[in-house]
Design a protein around this ligand. Structure first.
Ligand SMILES: *Cc1c(COP(=O)(O)O)cnc(C)c1O
Length: 378
């Protein structure tokens, strides 16, 4: 039987490593080589690999119930929704299986909310330049990057992305249902959006009655040192989307909304076969036990600050927060390739930006190991 990639579609391009197992902050390839993982499955494996809390939760659910469909309630989903509501201050949660699906659901929710409330027909959705919201048609229509959109037109109508941050407020009008923002644009080069821009957007949304949607798919679940990145910025979103790290690699996405908005999802209006099943929700509950345990987010802040300082030894324009950082180098893919040869896994986000999103359990010694390995290539 073939074990090469001949029959796998080519959308990921050439993949030079074959990963076999992981333990903590390390991955091991099929040749037995060890890599220090500053990618964490693209900000997914926040507790690292083979974390006992995750392993136990997977095993427990496999022994009791993996899936029962949303025809029936399940306690794990109820508990997870309760905890996410408490953590966000929002009221109700819908579960799906990925970030793009969470944003897709958010787009449907905000349009339906306006279609059914107060006689105004608001269908426009505004997003930011440099943003990334996913690859399905709705989310892709909010991701105004030619590289992602080319060849897939026509996209969804009534999606507006201006060319600069400052122009966003002018696009938010009484025809706008919602504005989607990221606090730090992860795929957009680990670029924190200036705080005044975010506050102006929030103010304009309130002024014209549009909804504020914060995409916390990459920044959420403690990545930036607080449970949500917006917690640090006096933002009060109406809707929040989550995915990536929520179940440490078991697929799950979540859409959180203020009560009045959430009511737009009435029986039959939206759904997902797998969404929030006992396996995914059970593992997410186990992840939240760890992430919300005393001292965990302080660790993220402390190691994050140290990582941010150390990164100035490796590149320019060091930007980020918590354990989500980017640096500028002359050639990002060459830098990532050289790092890989030295046993450090990184991702390029743009021609010149390199992203560092290690597991949140990383220690100072791991940061030192990474810097020592990479200081010889830059
Ligand atoms: C990764 C990402 C998405 C898409 O998530 P998928 O699970 O890949 O569909 C959406 N928004 C942001 C901010 C992301 O980082």
């Amino acid at each position: 039987m073939g074990i090469d990639a001949t029959y796998v579609m080519g959308n990921y391009g050439q993949r030079s490593l074959r990963m076999e197992r992981g333990k903590g902050v390390y991955l091991f390839d099929s040749e037995g080589r060890r890599y220090l993982d500053f990618t964490a499955g693209i900000a997914v494996c926040s507790l690292g690999h083979a974390h006992p809390a995750v392993t136990d939760a997977v095993a427990r659910q496999a022994e009791t119930l993996i899936h029962c469909s949303n025809l029936y309630e399940n306690v794990e989903q109820n508990q997870l929704a309760t905890r996410l509501a408490e953590l966000s201050g929002l009221d109700r949660v819908f579960f799906c299986n990925s970030g793009t699906e969470a944003n897709e659901a958010a787009m449907k929710l905000v349009r339906k909310y306006f279609a059914e409330s107060a006689g105004v027909n608001r269908t426009e959705i505004v997003s930011l330049p440099g943003g990334f919201h996913g690859r399905t048609y709705g989310a892709l229509s909010l991701t105004a990057k030619p590289k992602y959109q080319a060849g897939f037109r026509p996209l969804l109508p009534d999606c507006v992305t201006p060319a600069s941050y400052d122009a966003v407020v002018d696009c938010i009008t009484e025809a706008t249902a919602a504005c989607f923002i990221e606090v730090i644009q992860g795929e957009g080069g680990v670029t924190p959006v200036p705080v005044h821009v975010l506050h102006n957007i929030q103010a304009k949304c309130r002024e014209v009655g549009a909804l504020l949607v914060v995409d916390e798919v990459q920044t959420g679940v403690g990545r930036t040192g607080t449970f949500f990145a917006y917690d640090q910025l006096e933002l009060k979103p109406d809707v929040v989307t989550m995915a990536k790290a929520l179940a440490n690699g078991i697929p799950i996405g979540a859409l959180l909304a203020r009560g009045e908005v959430a009511q737009a999802f009435t029986p039959g209006s939206h759904g997902s076969t797998f969404g929030g099943n006992p396996l995914a929700a059970g593992v997410a509950n186990a992840v939240l036990n760890v992430v919300t345990s005393p001292g965990f987010l302080e660790h993220v802040k402390e190691i994050g600050m140290y990582l941010g300082q150390q990164l100035s030894l490796l590149g320019d324009d060091v930007r980020g927060r918590g354990l989500m950082w980017g640096i500028t180098v002359p050639d990002a893919s060459a830098f990532v390739a050289a790092a890989t040869r030295k046993g450090i896994l990184l991702t390029a986000v743009g021609e010149q930006r390199v992203r560092f999103v290690p597991p949140l359990i990383i220690e100072r010694a791991n940061v030192d190991e990474m810097v020592a390995c990479l200081s010889t290539i830059s």
